[in-house]
Ligand binder design. Sequence first.
Ligand code: GEK
Length: 253
Amino acid sequence: MQVAFFCAMTLECRMMEKDTIFTAHEGKPFAFDVDVSRVFEDMIQRSVPGYGLTLQMIAVIAGLYAQKNSKLYDLGCSLGASSLALAHGIKVDGCEIIGVDNSAAMLEKCAVNVAKSPVRVVLCHDDIQDVNIEDASVVVLNFTLQFIPKEERLALLQRIYAGMQQGGVLILSEKVRFADDFEQTQHIALHEAFKKAQGYSDLEVSRKRQSLENVLIPEPISAHHARLQVAGFEKVQTWFQCFNFTSMLAYKK
Ligand code: GEK
């Protein structure tokens, strides 16, 4: 399954509005507002290497781990791409997907996208740190934890672990940083080259970098693994990495 196919399957292959936000930007910190919601689908595909693959594998993982009559959570659901991936992957009966986002603009568009989901999706306009998590077989944090203040991440992961069924799995995808200076510099250069290959200009790349400073806080993969284990997850593995983007699986045994 390629990205285009997956988007066709999930978001019905509408004409995507092109992300030109950083061609004219006044140096404000990044926010998931109405302007971003309009271009988000194009933005995330052209900014996150491997995003389409994470969606494709969220469906595969849901197929393997979604348990009968359980709940699946998509925390930071944006326009609903991961919720729809879950919905298309589930192979058992009685599941409900709960999509949570604190951006009203994103959720409004998400509601339209998930309307035809094969599995019921309940949308919740809330902070992911405040939602109740219960009976969860699969929880998705697809590029969302990076927006939560570092010191609050452990408490969120502990609540997720507590709300999961035995045999459940957390999918955690993140932009990461590297402790080694050479590795960090190379991965940033590779990511920026990827964005330029996707049609972003030098100016757009540098404005977005500034705008995300202190908003998106990446951490090393080792810090994520260690924190997931402190939160209770018995096993953690990295299943995907492309440059400074990665996805992990954390298991509750
Ligand atoms: C996807 N998972 O397409 N509470 C609720 N939502 C939040 C919070 C919070 N505290 N902080 C950020 N968000 C999606 C992509 S995007 C990733 C996720 C990115 C929401 C925010 O409003 C946005 O919709 C989402 O998390 C992050 O698979 O833009 O890099």
